[in-house]
Write a protein that binds this ligand. Structure first.
Ligand code: GLC
Length: 736
C-alpha cells in the first residue's frame, strides 16, 4: 500500500479499531498454551474484543499463527492483519549461544550470523518480529538478565547491536524471509540498583548518555524496526511514561521513527510504580510519552476512549501511533501477503538445518573463554585416560533462559560431543545441577533436582572413586540456565552447594583436574580456580554446545573467547567493570593493607577475578610496544596507534587486540580506562601482524560540566593489549 492509502485507511477506522491496533495480546488470550512471559493480570477488555488486537505475541507454528490470524482478520472491520511477535533471543529451533557469550567473540560477523539464522527460522515458521536484540549495558552479575546482553562495554555492545539488527532484518526493505528487530529495553534496564530485578535505576544523565544509550543508538542507526520500553524508572520516572526519554531522546535526538512497544504490562505497572492513580492515567502518560503499542496491559483498549472523549488526550496522538503500526505492517508486506509463510517454499528446510547446526557449533566454540590452562592440561589427547564427571556432562538444558521455542532434546550434550571423538568415553553425573529438592521455576518449565541427600552422597562418593581411578578428570559444572534470565537475580553467584561438594570430593581424589563452567552470568568461581588446572567457561552454548566443547577439549577448535563482562572476585565486589571512574583515593591492588584510606575493601581485592577482555588461547601472543604516528593531535586530525602481534606458540589462533584509552585529566571524572576499539586477528605459528588503530577526536569526547559532548585538550594514554588489564601504553596530547 502507498502512504496515502495507509492514511486513507486510518481516516476510515473507528476509534475502537484504532485502539485495537495499539494493543498486543498474548497468544494465551486466544487458545492453547504458550510461554507466557509475564504475570497474568486483568486486561479490562471483553474477550470478544480480543480479535481487534493489532499484534499477538508468543504464538509460534505456521498453523497456529494462521488460525489466530484468520480470527483477527475476520473480526476486524478493515481486516487488518495482525503482527506476530515473539522472543527469539538466541535462536528459534537452532539455539545459538546466549548473547553474553556471543559478546565474547568480539566478532560482529558471528552476531550477524546468529541474527540471520534465528530470524530465517522464525520467519519461515510465520513470525514477523522478534523482541531482540537486547542491548542493555550490564555491569552487575547479580542481575539475571546479563545473559541477554553482550556485556559491559558500550563500544562492544554498540557494534554487536548493529550486527544483530542487520542479521535479524536481512537486507530487504520488506524484511522478506527475515524478522523485524525490536531492540530492547529502552532505556538502561541493565543497571538496576543492587542487581535486583525490576529495581530502580539511578544514573546520572551523563552516564546514561555517555555509556548506556550508545548501543540503542547503534540499533536505531542500523534500522531497528521497533524499540521496547523498559520496566525501570529513569530519574525516578518510569521509562514507559517518560516523555522526555521516549519523545525527547529516542525520537527527537536519536531519530527513531519505528514502532515503540511497551514491555509486558509496563503501562499498567505505572500504577504499581505509584506514578499513575489508575489505568486511565497510565494510558494517558504512556500515549503522551509516545508509546505506540500496549503489550498486555489493556490500558489503551479499555481506557483511552474516555480520555479522548473528555479531551484529555487528542485523537491525533492515537492516529500518530496507529499510522506507525500500519507502516510497519506495510513494510512487512502483510496487506498483500498476510501469511508470509506461503511464500517460503523452503519452509521446513530452514528449521534446525545441518547448515545452521554447523554455524551454531562454530559460533559456540568462539564464545568459550579459556580462563586457566596450567601445564597445558588442555587440549586433551584422544587416547588419554580421562574421567568425565559432573551434572552437565549429559545435560540437555544448555540453551539459556530465553530459548523455550527450541527443543532441548535436540541439544548435543558434552558427553555426546566427546564420544564423537572418543567413542568409548564414559561419564559419572556425580550430583544434580541444583541442590537436592531445590526447584527453580521458569516461564513454561521448571528445573528441579529429585535426588535425595543420601542418593547424592552416594553418587558423589562413586564419582570420587571414579576420578581416583583415572589419570585426568574433566568436570562439567555450573548454575542452572533458569538461575539467570528474567527474574533471575541472585545474591549468591556461586555454583549450587551440592556441586561444590562434588568439586571438593573429586579434587581430593584426583587433583589433575579441568573444569567446564556452564553459566548465564559471571560467577564467583574462586573455589574452581583454586582446584582446577584448566577452566573453560562455556556460558550457555546452545544446541551444538556439546560438539563445540568437545572441539575445544580436543584441540579441533582453539579457544578465542574474551570476557564480555568482568568476572567478579565475589558477589561483594558487584558491580565490577573495567571502566570504573577515577576517585579521589584510587587504589591499585597490592597497595599496603596498612594504608586504610584508599578506595578499596578491607577483605577482598579491587580487581575482578578475571578482567573484561581476558581469555587464553592454546597458543601465545606477544605484543610490541605501542607506536604512535604522532604524540600531538590537532583538532580534526587523526593519529595512528599500532602494535605488532606475533603468534609465539605452536598452534594457529585468534587474538582480540584491544585498545583502551585514559583521559588523564578532564573537567569531570573519567574512566580509569575504557575500551574504544578492537580488532580480531588470526595468526599462524610464528606469524606477525601489524595492527593499526585510528584515534580521532570523536573517540575522546564526553559530556563536560555543561553537558556539551566535547573532547578536552590534554594528555591521553593509549593501552593496546590482550585484555583490559594490559599495561602496554603510550601517551599523546590533544591540543587546544
Ligand atoms: C518480558 C521481557 C521482555 C520480553 C517481553 C515479551 O517481560 O521483559 O524482554 O520481550 O516480556 O515476552
Amino acid at each position: 500500500m502507498t502512504e496515502q492509502q495507509l492514511v486513507d485507511l486510518l481516516k476510515d477506522m473507528t476509534l475502537e479499531e484504532k485502539l485495537g491496533q495499539l494493543t498486543q495480546l498474548d497468544g494465551s488470550c486466544f487458545s492453547g498454551d504458550g510461554p507466557v512471559t509475564g504475570p497474568e493480570q486483568e486486561l479490562g477488555i471483553p474477550s470478544e474484543k480480543f480479535p481487534l488486537a493489532g499484534s499477538i505475541l508468543s504464538v509460534t507454528g505456521a498453523d497456529r499463527i494462521e488460525q489466530i490470524r484468520r480470527i483477527c482478520i475476520e473480526a476486524q472491520p478493515h481486516h487488518i492483519p495482525p503482527i506476530f511477535m515473539a522472543d527469539v533471543i538466541n535462536g528459534y529451533q537452532t539455539i545459538l549461544p546466549i548473547p553474553l557469550a556471543l559478546g565474547c567473540t568480539f566478532e560482529e560477523e558471528a552476531a550477524k550470523k546468529t541474527g540471520d539464522i534465528m530470524s530465517r527460522e522464525a520467519a519461515a515458521d510465520g513470525l514477523h518480529i522478534t523482541f531482540a536484540p537486547m542491548v542493555d549495558l550490564v555491569k552487575d552479575a547479580r542481575w539475571g538478565r546479563v545473559m541477554e546482553s553482550t556485556g559491559e562495554s558500550a563500544c562492544l555492545n554498540s557494534r554487536m547491536a548493529a550486527a544483530m539488527v542487520e542479521g535479524i532484518q536481512g537486507t530487504k526493505e520488506n524484511l522478506d524471509g527475515h524478522l523485524g528487530a525490536c531492540t530492547k529495553h529502552f532505556a538502561a534496564y541493565g543497571a538496576p540498583t543492587a542487581g535486583k530485578e525490576y529495581n530502580t535505576v539511578e544514573l546520572s544523565e551523563r552516564s546514561l548518555r555517555e555509556e548506556y544509550l550508545q548501543a540503542y543508538q547503534a540499533a536505531v542507526d542500523a534500522g531497528s524496526a521497533m524499540m521496547m520500553t523498559s520496566f525501570n524508572t529513569l530519574d525516578r520516572i518510569p521509562a514507559t511514561g517518560n516523555e522526555k526519554v521516549m519523545r525527547g531522546i529516542l525520537r527527537d535526538e536519536m531519530g527513531f521513527e519505528g514502532v515503540l512497544i511497551s514491555d509486558w504490562n509496563a503501562i499498567g505497572e505505572l500504577v504499581f510504580h505509584h506514578v499513575a492513580v489508575d489505568k486511565k492515567e497510565a494510558a494517558r502518560q504512556a500515549i503522551t510519552a509516545g508509546v505506540d503499542m500496549d503489550m498486555m496491559s489493556g490500558c489503551y483498549m479499555s481506557r483511552m476512549e474516555e480520555l479522548i472523549r473528555v479531551g484529555t488526550v487528542k485523537e491525533e496522538l492515537v492516529d500518530e501511533s496507529v499510522l506507525r503500526i500500519l507502516r510497519l505492517k506495510n513494510r512487512l508486506g502483510l496487506f498483500e501477503r498476510p501469511n508470509r509463510v506461503e511464500k517460503q517454499p523452503e519452509f521446513g528446510k530452514e528449521l534446525l538445518s545441518e547448515e545452521s547446526r554447523k554455524a551454531a557449533r562454530e559460533i559456540a566454540a568462539k564464545t568459550m573463554v579459556l580462563l586457566k590452562n596450567e601445564e597445558s592440561f588442555l587440549p586433551l589427547d584422544r587416547e588419554e585416560d580421562i574421567a568425565f564427571i559432573g551434572p552437565y556432562m549429559e545435560e540437555k538444558g544448555i540453551l539459556g533462559a530465553w530459548s523455550f521455542f527450541g527443543d532441548r532434546e535436540k541439544s548435543v550434550t558434552v558427553l555426546e560431543g566427546i564420544r564423537s571423538k572418543n567413542p568409548s568415553a564414559q561419564a559419572k553425573k556425580g550430583c544434580g545441577i541444583l541442590n537436592p529438592g531445590q526447584t527453580i521455576y521458569g516461564f513454561r518449565f521448571h528445573e528441579t533436582n529429585e535426588m535425595t541427600e543420601e542418593e547424592t552422597a552416594q553418587s558423589i562418593q562413586e564419582a570420587a572413586e571414579y576420578a581416583a581411578a583415572h589419570k585426568k578428570v574433566v568436570l562439567a559444572l555450573g548454575e542452572s540456565a533458569l538461575q539467570t534470565g528474567e527474574g533471575g537475580s541472585r545474591a549468591d553467584i556461586t555454583i549450587p552447594d551440592v556441586q561444590k561438594k562434588l568439586l571438593d570430593a573429586v579434587y581430593a581424589a584426583n587433583s589433575n583436574l579441568a573444569v567446564i563452567v556452564f553459566a548465564g552470568r559471571p560467577l564467583d568461581i574462586r573455589n574452581i580456580r583454586e582446584k582446577a588446572k584448566s577452566i573453560l567457561y562455556v556460558w550457555m552454548p546452545g544446541t551444538e554446545g556439546g560438539n563445540a566443547i568437545a572441539d575445544i577439549l580436543y584441540g579441533d577448535s582453539v579457544p578465542e573467547g574474551k570476557l564480555s563482562m568482568s568476572l567478579p572476585y565475589c558477589v561483594g565486589q558487584c558491580p565490577v567493570f573495567h571502566n570504573e571512574l577515577w576517585t579521589g583515593r584510587h587504589a591499585e591492588d597490592g597497595v599496603a593493607v596498612e594504608n586504610r584510606f584508599q578506595s578499596k575493601y578491607q577483605d577482598i581485592p579491587n580487581a575482578p577475578l578475571y578482567p573484561f577482555g581476558y581469555g587464553l588461547s592454546y597458543t601465545d601472543f606477544s605484543y610490541s610496544a605501542v607506536e604512535l604516528s604522532r604524540s600531538q593531535l590537532k583538532r580534526g586530525e587523526r593519529l595512528e596507534a599500532a602494535v605488532t602481534v606475533e603468534n609465539t606458540g605452536r598452534t594457529a589462533g585468534a587474538e582480540v587486540v584491544q585498545l583502551y584509552l585514559t583521559d588523564e585529566c578532564a573537567s569531570v571524572a573519567r574512566p580509569v580506562r575504557e575500551l574504544k576499539d578492537y580488532q580480531k586477528i588470526h595468526l599462524q605459528p610464528g606469524e606477525k601482524k601489524r595492527v593499526v588503530f585510528t584515534i580521532e577526536e570523536d573517540m575522546l569526547r564526553f559530556y563536560d560540566r555543561d553537558m556539551n559532548y566535547v573532547a578536552e585538550p590534554g594528555a591521553f594514554t593509549v593501552f593496546i593489549g590482550t585484555d583490559s588489564a594490559n599495561d602496554n601504553a603510550a601517551v599523546f596530547w590533544l591540543e587546544e
